[in-house]
Design a protein around this ligand. Structure first.
Ligand code: NDP
Length: 432
């Protein structure tokens, strides 16, 4: 804790994981101590930080900081997204990289854990500025990654446009046409379903969790936060499964649409026009826009936080429980604070943690890597069916692990245990 005191998000993530691994640690205490397994697993293999200079449209040189944390490659090449947002710092990248190890393990696919990004904010920048930044970022990053070494992907602020510029620069510098990034355009090695994967996967897992607890997603009222990649496709799949989605949010405010969200309007506002969510009321006069705040005061059956870390706190959890919410599944990474998670679990809310519930994105990225290695492209239906079976399997892995350690229904512990076990035995098998 002392060494990383300036990294609260990282400490929060490690505390949550280690706390829920307590029964596993106690059962293997001597072995883990001799191997210094816990000390090893919380220390990244390496942390790369670099200067990213670029020139804006006024001809002014700008400087940002780039990060890549290669956390653990015991079960496969480092894999994890890149986040471009002004609040990015080393602690946030480390928390995300640490979580990624266990999430990737849970998918059952051969991928290790890593994460990267920059404090550069793409919002309001021209395409040329984005390209200039991405090219400069990749000029340094290209020295550290590769299809069998480390395969970054998108995250907040890094979508198809950014991945395209990053891939182009990697190819130019390294002279290699290889699957070094995932989330690529379909014309150059991308996979069908990757765009939809995290949101769709979230709903496949949520449906399975409800089914195994005697409930059905169809006909339920769903509250979603965020209006980005995860939120949009979570909303789409929820609607396809017969649920009604009544809210979405962005970093300036949130909308409530009692008739059910009009997803075409959201896509046009956020993906095409790149405007604020306040525009939504011009499409749907019956809806309400609220500046600031969040969506958790709206009565619902199921809540899906899909925006960012720590966006659902204890007061929000109390409001959800008071309003009859019975399931929360995390589309974002660590959106629920530790005390809010505990409150939800204590009050009988089914709670699926992000490292399981949002693993569909990275799982489909791993399927993209497989297709790149094969030099083949699978159909939408093929990838979607694989995604669905991976998410159902993830639910059962965490369910089974929670039961094995006498904590039935504690999916936070179940996910951490199931993810950890595979990485731990690989690390022990491979020695120091
Ligand atoms: P996007 O950038 O596409 O969307 C993020 C959304 O969250 C935007 O609507 C954004 O608002 C909103 N948001 C961001 N920060 C805040 C904040 N501080 N307060 C309120 N709203 C905020 O990102 P993604 O949808 O890709 O990612 C969302 C979350 O899901 C992240 O935690 C990410 O790590 C996680 N995740 C994403 C995966 C993926 O495949 N994309 C995979 C697994 C996890 P605005 O439009 O105003 O910026």
């Amino acid at each position: 804790q002392q060494k990383d005191a300036s990294q609260p998000e990282f400490i929060q993530a490690v505390s949550e994981v280690l706390e829920s691994l307590r029964p596993v640690i106690e059962a293997n205490e001597a072995k883990f101590r001799k191997e210094a397994l816990l000390e090893r697993i919380v220390e990244p293999d390496r942390q790369i930080m670099f200067r990213v200079p670029w020139v804006d449209d006024q001809g002014q040189m700008q400087v940002n900081r780039g990060f890549r944390v290669q956390f653990n490659n015991a079960i496969g090449p480092y894999k994890g997204g890149l986040r471009f947002r002004n609040n990015v710092n080393l602690g946030i990248i480390k928390f995300l990289g640490f979580e990624q190890i266990f999430k990737n393990s849970l998918t059952g696919l051969p991928i290790g854990g890593g994460k990267g990004g920059s404090d550069f904010d793409p919002k309001g920048k021209s395409d040329r500025e984005i390209m200039a930044f991405c090219q400069s970022f990749m000029t340094e990053l290209s020295k550290h990654i590769g299809a069998d070494v480390d395969v970054p992907a998108g995250d907040i602020g890094v979508g198809g446009r950014e991945i395209g510029y990053l891939f182009g620069q990697y190819k130019r510098i390294r002279g290699l046409y290889e699957g070094v990034l995932t989330g690529k355009g379909l014309e150059f090695g991308g996979s069908l379903v990757r765009t939809e994967a995290t949101g769709y996967g979230l709903l496949y897992l949520t449906r399975e969790m409800l089914r195994c607890n005697g409930k059905d997603i169809a006909g339920k009222t769903v509250v979603i936060s965020g209006a980005g990649n995860v939120a949009i496709y979570a909303a789409q799949k929820a609607m396809q499964l017969g649920a009604k989605v009544v809210t979405m949010s962005d970093s300036t405010g949130w909308i409530y649409d009692p008739d059910g969200i009009d997803l075409e309007a959201i896509k046009e506002i956020k993906e095409v026009k790149r405007l604020r969510l306040s525009e939504y009321v011009t499409y749907r006069p019956n809806s309400q826009y609220t500046e600031g705040g969040n969506v958790w005061s709206v009565p619902c059956d199921v809540a899906l936080p899909c925006a960012t870390q720590n966006e659902l706190d204890l007061d929000d959890a109390k409001a959800l429980v008071a309003n009859g919410c019975f399931a929360v599944a995390e589309g974002a990474n660590m959106p629920t604070t530790l005390d809010a998670t505990a409150y939800l679990q204590e009050n009988g809310v089914l709670f699926a943690p992000g490292k399981a519930a949002n693993a569909g994105g990275v799982a489909t990225s791993a399927l993209e890597m497989t297709q790149n290695s094969e030099r083949l492209s699978w159909t939408f239906e093929e990838v979607d069916a694989k995604l669905e079976s991976i998410m159902v399997a993830i639910f059962h892995k965490m369910d089974e692990a929670s039961k094995r350690y006498g904590m039935e229904g504690n999916y936070v512990a179940g996910a951490n245990i199931a993810g950890f076990e595979k990485v731990a035995s690989a690390m022990i098998a491979q020695g120091m």
